[in-house]
Design a protein around this ligand. Structure first.
Ligand SMILES: NC(=O)C1=CN([C@@H]2O[C@H](COP(=O)(O)OP(=O)(O)OC[C@H]3O[C@@H](n4cnc5c(N)ncnc54)[C@H](OP(=O)(O)O)[C@@H]3O)[C@@H](O)[C@H]2O)C=CC1
Ligand SMILES: O=C(O)CCC(=O)C(=O)O
Length: 421
């Protein structure tokens, strides 16, 4: 019997949502497969004069509701299957937030930490050369993801402009401000999750000062730490790819940020500031109120889900909890605010960036924050209510919420649609 693929494991959530909604079988058939996944081999010149090649992909999963949208990941373990699964999640995330987008994702199989800045720029430009016919401001709009950032988005936007012969900022989001980026995109992923938790605090039974554990200390992890610490909550544990540190009385965030800025792991702070090194997997089970996965997929699984002490799991990462772990957490009354809602602040502010690029008129930070908070609260409230009314987990409610919008769009296109080809 063939092994279950990564996408198959993500589709479990679609099947579950379909059980709670009366949708046509055609809709499910359409959402079960990616529309197109393109593979390329990027060849770049290294600083020592040698050539090196890297596998790369871009998947446009579904464009029924608008141009496909989703980040580009640079990671040594990236695969075509992972890209398709991430693009499937983007399809549902954009529908959850009612953004006029479908879902896409891209990746390069590379450890960018092994490249010089010049090599990284050549690789980023070469990605756009390979996929320039697939992306476009009204076709497929990339953005940052794991181990990519605004500098890389800037190089990519520049390369695309060179290819099409004109400035085209709306082709990519998460750009530097100087190239048409939006204020507020930097911390948007964390800020969206932060607004969501604040809005639902009463329903979630969260009151007073909370103890927070954060897995992953990059863009999403560092910003959520700052936002929650800013409200007086205590960050008791954090991890990165190098390990984890713990301090029951609270970690010194400045020391952690300084270590990351100097290129070290958070473990570098152990033995000082009251920080104690712990095994990376122990982070999932530390005593805390809120656990924030902000690293990679499948980090909370059937072998460690029973160790979770938190009352709430706020999924800033994509796919951090496996379907088996979901069941274990639900049985133990641990609430999971799911990725397609909890981390959707990033793509929402990307949408604001794209709108500003198209209209050529730029908003201030307060306006961005208000718009983001309004959408997070509106969709978060609707999903929470749906989960209460149907007696399902917030994850299933989020999928039901998104699926009803996707089904409506698929049906509205008719039966002879370009979107069926
Ligand atoms: N950036 C965005 O706009 C959005 C990101 N996301 C999701 O959020 C998650 C994090 O992305 P982002 O913060 O942007 O990525 P970053 O590249 O900024 O940070 C990733 C972090 O994860 C850490 N990490 C990697 N492997 C492990 C591991 N095995 N255990 C613990 N930590 C690990 C990295 O460690 P180290 O620092 O040592 O390299 C780094 O701190 C991903 O799932 C991404 O898809 C979701 C929505 C939007
Ligand atoms: O900002 C975006 O367009 C997409 C971000 C992303 O890749 C994600 O939400 O997983």
């Amino acid at each position: 019997m063939p092994e279950e693929s990564l996408l198959d494991s993500a589709l479990v959530r679609l099947d579950e949502a379909a059980r709670h909604l009366n949708v046509d079988a055609d809709v499910i058939e359409k959402l079960k497969y990616p529309r197109e996944t393109t593979k390329a081999r990027l060849m770049i010149r290294m600083d020592d004069g040698s050539r090196k090649s890297f596998l790369a992909w871009r998947c446009r999963y579904d464009d029924t509701r608008g141009p496909t949208k989703g980040g580009i990941r640079f990671h040594p373990d990236a695969t075509a299957e992972e890209v398709e699964m991430l693009a499937f999640w983007m399809t549902f995330k954009c529908a959850v937030m009612n953004l006029p987008y479908g879902g896409g994702k891209g990746a390069v199989q590379v450890d960018p930490r092994q490249l010089s800045k010049a090599e990284l720029e050549r690789l980023s430009r070469s990605y756009i050369q390979a996929f320039s016919r697939i992306i476009g401001p009204d076709r497929d709009i990339p953005a940052p993801d794991v181990y990519t950032n605004s500098m890389i988005m800037g190089w990519m936007a520049d390369e695309y402009s060179q290819i099409v012969g004109q400035g085209s900022p709306a082709v990519i989001t998460g750009k530097p401000l100087a190239l048409g980026g939006s204020v507020g995109r930097g911390d948007a992923t964390a800020r969206g999750g932060y607004y969501l938790v604040r809005h639902l605090a009463e329903e979630l039974g969260l009151a007073g000062k909370l103890r927070i554990a954060i897995q992953g200390f990059g863009n999403a992890g560092q910003y959520i730490a700052s936002l929650l610490a800013g409200d007086g909550h205590t960050i008791v544990a954090v991890s990165d790819s190098g390990g984890a540190v713990h301090a029951a009385e609270g970690l010194d965030l400045d020391a952690l940020m300084a270590a990351k800025n100097d290129g070290h792991s958070v473990v570098h702070t152990a033995g000082r500031h009251g920080h104690q090194a712990i095994a990376a997997d122990e982070l999932v089970g530390v005593e805390c109120d809120v656990l924030v996965p902000a690293a990679l997929e499948n980090m909370i699984h059937k072998h460690n889900a029973h160790t979770v002490k938190a009352r709430l799991v706020l999924e800033l990462a994509n796919g951090p909890v496996t379907p088996e772990a979901d069941g274990i957490l639900a049985d133990r009354n641990v609430v999971v605010l799911p990725d397609i809602l909890a981390n959707a602040g990033g793509v929402t502010v990307s949408y604001f960036e794209w709108v500003q690029n198209k209209q050529g008129y730029y908003w201030g930070l307060e306006e961005i924050h208000t718009k983001l908070r309004t959408i997070m609260e509106r969709e978060g409230r609707a999903i929470w209510q749906l989960s209460v009314d149907r007696g399902v987990t917030p994850r299933t409610a989020a999928y039901v919420h998104a699926l009803s919008r996707l089904a409506e769009a698929i049906e509205a296109h008719g039966t002879q649609s370009y979107f069926d080809s």
